[in-house]
Ligand binder design. Structure first.
Ligand code: TMP
Ligand code: ASP
Length: 255
C-alpha cells in the first residue's frame, strides 16, 4: 500500500490523509487504554471489531437522518470518513447509573436514571478530561450556543435510537460518549456531524438478562474475556467478521 501521511495518532485510532480532499482514513488499533492512559493493553482483534460495529451503528444512524462523518468502510481496520473540525468536547449520555456518575453521587450501579442525563468533558489528556458545563463551553468559545443545541438534540436522538437498537439484541445501553465535528460542505455551510466512533470502547453495554458487562469495563476492571465480549456485541449486531477478528497482514508463506 502506498505510504500515506499520518495526520494524528490517538490512543485507539490513527487518522491518515484520505484519497480525496476533505476525506480521511480512520484506522482502528488494538491498543486499549483506560484512566487516561494510566492503564494500557492490547485487545487482539479489537480494531477489526470496532471498525465493523462503528460502521454498522453510523450507517443505521444516517438512515434515520443523523449526520455523521462516516462515508464507507475500506477494509478490516479502516474506514473512509469526512474530514471535520473536531469540537474538543466529549458528550456523555447516561441512562443508568454507572462509572464516574455512580461514584460521584454515591449511587448504586445499575439504577435506572429518571431521564437521560447529558454531561460534558473537555477533551484534554493533560488535564485528564475535566467535567465542564455549557457555561465553560460557550465562554471559552469551544462551541457556540447553536452548536450546543444541535449537539444536545443529536445526542438525545442517538440515545433513543441506540437504546432501542441494542435492546433488540439483548443489550442494555447504560451510557456512552459521543464526539462531534464541524463539517463544511462545498458551499461552505457548516453542519454539526457525529464523528469519532461508537463501539464497546466508548459505550457501556450490559446483557439485558444477566447484566453481564460487554464493554471496555471488562478491561478497565480486569474482568477478563474482553475480546469475547466485543465479539459477542458484534455477533449480536450481525457484523462479526466471518473469518474471526483476525487482521489480514498481507500474504503469508504457506507452510
Ligand atoms: P465514565 O462513567 O467513566 O464517566 O464514562 C461514561 C461513558 O463514557 C462510558 O460509556 C465510557 C465513556 N468514556 C469514553 O468513551 N472515554 C473516556 O475518556 C471516558 C472517561 C469515558
Ligand atoms: N479512553 C480513556 C483513556 O484512555 C478513558 C477510558 O475509556 O476509560 O484513558
Amino acid at each position: 500500500m502506498a505510504r500515506r501521511r499520518k495526520l494524528y495518532e490517538g490512543k485507539a485510532k490513527i487518522l491518515y490523509e484520505g484519497p480525496e480532499p476533505g476525506t480521511l482514513i480512520q484506522y482502528f488499533k488494538d491498543d486499549a487504554t483506560a484512566f487516561n492512559n494510566k492503564k494500557q493493553g492490547i485487545i487482539t482483534g479489537k480494531g477489526v471489531l470496532n471498525n465493523r460495529i462503528s460502521e454498522y451503528l453510523m450507517v443505521r444512524l444516517a438512515e434515520i437522518g443523523v449526520p455523521t462523518h462516516f462515508i464507507r468502510r475500506v477494509n478490516m481496520r479502516e474506514q473512509l470518513v469526512r474530514a471535520v473540525e473536531i469540537i474538543p468536547i466529549e458528550v456523555v449520555v447516561r441512562n443508568v447509573a454507572a462509572g464516574s456518575l455512580a461514584k460521584r453521587f454515591g449511587l448504586e450501579e445499575g439504577m435506572q436514571l429518571p431521564r437521560a442525563i447529558i454531561e460534558y468533558y473537555y477533551k484534554s489528556d493533560e488535564l485528564d478530561d475535566p467535567m465542564i458545563s455549557e457555561e465553560h463551553i460557550t465562554a471559552f468559545g469551544w462551541a457556540h450556543p447553536q452548536d450546543m443545541d444541535d449537539m444536545v438534540a443529536l445526542s438525545l436522538r442517538v440515545n433513543d435510537f441506540l437504546v432501542g437498537l441494542f435492546l433488540g439484541v439483548g443489550l442494555r445501553l447504560v451510557d456512552f460518549k459521543l464526539e462531534f465535528g464541524r463539517y463544511y460542505n462545498d458551499d461552505d455551510e457548516m453542519q454539526i456531524v457525529l464523528a469519532d466512533e461508537i463501539s464497546p470502547d466508548n459505550c457501556r453495554l450490559w446483557d439485558s438478562k444477566t447484566n453481564e458487562k460487554m464493554d471496555k469495563d471488562r478491561f478497565r476492571r480486569d474482568l477478563g474475556g474482553v475480546k469475547e465480549a466485543y465479539q459477542e456485541v458484534a455477533r449480536r449486531l450481525g457484523v462479526l467478521p466471518e473469518a474471526g477478528p483476525m487482521d489480514i497482514k498481507g500474504p503469508q508463506a504457506i507452510q
